[in-house]
Design a protein around this ligand. Structure first.
Ligand code: NAD
Length: 349
């Protein structure tokens, strides 16, 4: 399968990826190789990786989950690296979902002013989104990805085999970002809408990675074009933060699915995006995701969280909205009344 070339690294598929990794370890003569896993990827994924690499490495295990994507977990990993003689010629392999690739990338990019890292994503969401594009980071003070860096991995390995053990909820969470990539690019949109039974296959994964990579290649540090990838995320991130510490906590894609429906409706009232397509997307996403229930108090909290959003400038709440499928406008400032109307559409349809 053809590699996808990114800025200073490439995304390789299956055995090509493992061969490239072995080549990298051999060529760059790393002093130590560490693999970062969480308690699930240690059990479900590490053996697959071990069977592909005949290499010695130290395993660093952390607790799974978004609530552990924070500086105290970083402290633990940085200390582990220090206590195990990790020098600047060490390599960190991030084997896991978006929490592992985001946080592992951040840990590597800051440890001793930066050591090399490789991403091996094991969830659908991290395969088509989190592991590529060079954003690393952790949550801080209830704010998503508030602390982080832009740092390239040395390479990314995509292997669908890891998905065989992933539960349906997490597969669906990844589908939300696949759907977003198709909405902003127009690619495969009709196909996805017409066949909701297929969550992923090679064509869908390849297309989705390409959409993201082509955007990042043109605007790595998000001055304009890359903002399109935030479609659904202004409200989606607020939902995710709102529910982060609650019983009905959300997966990233579940929050983004809600955010996309609300922002599609905003696109309709602000930019005349076709209402028929808003309704079709609402119905389609409804096959995968239950509606998120919120009290009036929680809606006030959503606004407070949106005001903190990194995408804002001068305290205005800014959105990426669509004119039509495949065409977007960034930095659209929308009034609180319109946002409230869009949330009502989401809740009542
Ligand atoms: N950097 C970016 O550009 C970017 C883009 C999108 C999302 N993200 C981040 O990604 C994170 C979400 O990623 P995620 O959904 O992968 O979450 P995750 O890393 O928490 O993984 C979800 C769950 O699946 C488990 N798991 C992972 N691989 C498995 C496998 N193969 N089999 C069984 N279980 C497995 C994990 O242990 C975890 O419990 C968020 O923190 C989000 O902010 C980053």
């Amino acid at each position: 399968m053809k590699e996808i070339v990114s800025s200073n690294y490439s995304i390789f598929f299956n055995n090509d990826g493992y061969l490239k990794l072995l080549e990298l370890i051999y060529k760059l003569k790393y002093s130590n190789v560490f693999v970062l896993v969480d308690e699930n990827t240690e059990v479900k994924c590490l053996n697959i990786l071990l069977s592909k690499l005949n290499q010695k490495f130290s395993v660093i295990k952390i607790k799974s989950g978004e609530e552990n994507k924070n500086l105290s977990t970083c402290n633990y990993v940085w200390s582990f690296l220090n206590n195990n003689n990790a020098d600047r010629k060490s390599l960190l392999i991030n084997l896991g979902g978006g929490v592992i690739t985001d946080m592992g990338g951040f840990i590597a990019s800051t440890y001793k002013r930066g050591i090399d890292f490789v991403n091996i994503p094991t969830t659908l969401l991290s395969i088509i989104d989190a592991s590529i594009g060079s954003k690393t980071g952790v949550n801080f003070n209830q704010l998503k990805n508030n602390i982080g860096t832009f740092t390239d991995p040395k390479l990314v390995i995509i292997d669908k085999k890891y998905l065989e053990t992933l539960d349906e909820k997490n597969l669906k969470s990844g589908y939300a970002e696949i759907f977003k990539h198709s909405l902003i690019s127009g690619k495969l949109f009709v196909k996805l809408l017409s066949d909701p039974k297929i969550i992923y296959n090679h064509e869908i994964i390849y297309n989705s990675i390409n959409v993201k990579n082509n955007i990042v290649l043109r605007d790595r540090e998000e001055s304009n074009l890359r903002k399109s990838l935030n479609f659904g995320h202004t409200i989606g991130h607020a939902y995710e933060s709102l529910k982060m510490k609650k019983k009905d906590k959300l997966l990233h894609g579940e929050a983004i699915a809600a955010g996309m429906i609300i922002e599609l409706y905003l696109s309709h009232i602000v930019l005349n995006f076709p209402k028929k397509t808003v309704n079709e997307c609402n119905k389609h996403l409804g096959l995968f995701f239950k509606k998120i229930k919120t009290t009036d108090l929680e809606i006030d909290e959503l606004f407070r969280l949106m005001e903190f959003d990194k995408k804002n400038y001068k305290n205005e709440i800014n959105f990426v909205l669509l004119n039509e499928v495949g065409s977007f406008k960034t930095d659209v400032n929308v009034s609180r009344e319109k946002i409230t109307e869009a949330i009502k559409y989401y809740q009542n349809n």
